[in-house]
Structure formats: C-alpha cells, structure tokens
Design a protein around this ligand. Sequence first.
Ligand SMILES: [Fe+2]
Ligand SMILES: [Fe+2]
Length: 299
Amino acid sequence: MDRQSRLEKAQLLIREVTNLPTIPAIATRVAGLLDNPDVELEEVAELILTDQVMASRVIKIVNSPLYRPMHQIGSLKRALIYLGLHRIREIALTCSIIKAFEGESGVFDIKTFWQHSFGVGIVSRIIAQRVRYPQAEKAYICGIIHDIGEVFLSSRLNDEFQNIVDLIRGTSGCFIEAEALLLGTTHCEIGLCLAKKWNFPGDYCDVIAHHHDPEQAELDPMLVAIVNLADLFCSVRHLDYGGREWVSFSLAEERSWQVLKAYSPNLAGLDVERFCFELDERVPEIMDLVDSIFEGIAG
Ligand SMILES: [Fe+2]
Ligand SMILES: [Fe+2]
C-alpha cells in the first residue's frame, strides 16, 4: 500500500468523524503574534489573559519541574519573562493539544499516552542538546505531539483501534504495521491530516508524518531523526502504551543515528554507548518529571 492511498484513507476517516477535536483559536493567534519580531510582552500577555484556562496552565507549566524556577511564579507576566517569548508558542500549543483531548475516554488510558508523549519530548530535548541541534525546545514540543494521530484513533475509532491493540499485544509487531493492515492507513497519516487542519507549522507536520520512517523527512531530517530515536528509547524503557513487547534497541545501529551523524559531524567523536548509559541513568528522573508535568497540567 503506498503513501498516497494511506493519506487518502486518513482524510476519509477524519472527514467521517463529526466531533473532531479542535485547537482553540487563541493558540494560533498567540503563534501568529509571536511571528512578529517586534512583538511586546504586554501584547502577548494581554492576549493569553483573554483565555483564563490557558493563562493558568502557562503558570502551572512554568512552576513545574521542567522549568524549575527558584521561587513560585504567580503571575502570567512573570511567567512570560521567566520563560522567554520564544517558548510561549510551544507552551500555548502544548496546552491546547492537551485541552483538545481532555476527558476523552479511549482504548488506551490517556494518561499513559501523555506520559509517553512527554517522555519522548524530554528525551528529544536531551538528544537535541547532545547533538547540538539548534532548537532543542522545538525538539521537545515535536516529541510531545508526534503520536497525535494515535489519540484520534484511540478516542474516535474505538472498535478498530481495540483490534489493532489486540493484534500487537505481547508481540513484537508495531502499531503502524497493524494499523496499515486493519485500517489501510496509520497514525502518521492521520496525525498529519489533523496537524494540517490545525495549521501546525510545516516542520511539526514533518515529524508527525515521518517519525517512523525518518529517511523520508522532507523539511528537517535532523528534527525527525531526533524524535524517532527518542520514541524508540522511550518505548524500550517502558514509557510506552499498547502492550507491545520490545526486544532490543541499539542507538548506534539505528538509521536515525546515521542521519544525525551526517548532519552533525561533531558526533563522530561521541561515545554512543556512554551516551546511552547516561540516558538510561536518567530514566527514573524522566519518569518523575513526566508524572509531575502531567499532574501539573492536567490538574
Ligand atoms: Fe508513532
Ligand atoms: Fe511514539
């Protein structure tokens, strides 16, 4: 089955769903405002304050262990100063996505799903920093949203998705293979259609579409490769959902690692084994972080 037919099937499935989750207009407006290099902090604060839920979530995120402020930050303006305006776009988007799927009951537990997503976000940022990818924050947000198509499947196509989960449970088969087999499309194409509907930036769409076939990345191969590796890493370290049985994972042997090496010559000197060991050592910390972010945001 080729990509075009998977895309067409995804569009069809999305068209059939009437209660499609929406991303609040405020997130797009904040992003648009931040495109202007001369934007004033006051303007951004005023816009966010028109949505109290968004404002209180930004304050929760800034106080979460992810940003570790020295003192509790209580006002939106101080949160914006502390975070810096370039991070606000990402945070506004994260809040909106979580909100869009809030209270959804699906095949898998939504909390497990976000734990995976935040885990991939955090590991993406660690890898991005290590390979000197210039926008570590973007890697973080792309990690969070990479599997957005799965939430749609889990919450809107329950029966079909239950069959997919049953098919791979306890095996080493993966979601995309089972999805292609049973649905004629995968969470990558579905996620891409959703992301386009929500006007996500092109490089975010690229990650969503190609995080399982990173060599097909069209806009930013490094970014897609980083999220692919973080996804694999989290999956083998039990920051996963769906009950798939994992066999093994070796960073240096992954195709994405070759992509990163091609784009980042300084990696030639990096001790991959040691880096994996470092990542492994950080797993408990990552798990704690994921828990606290989730509780901070969802609460
Ligand atoms: Fe995925
Ligand atoms: Fe994933």
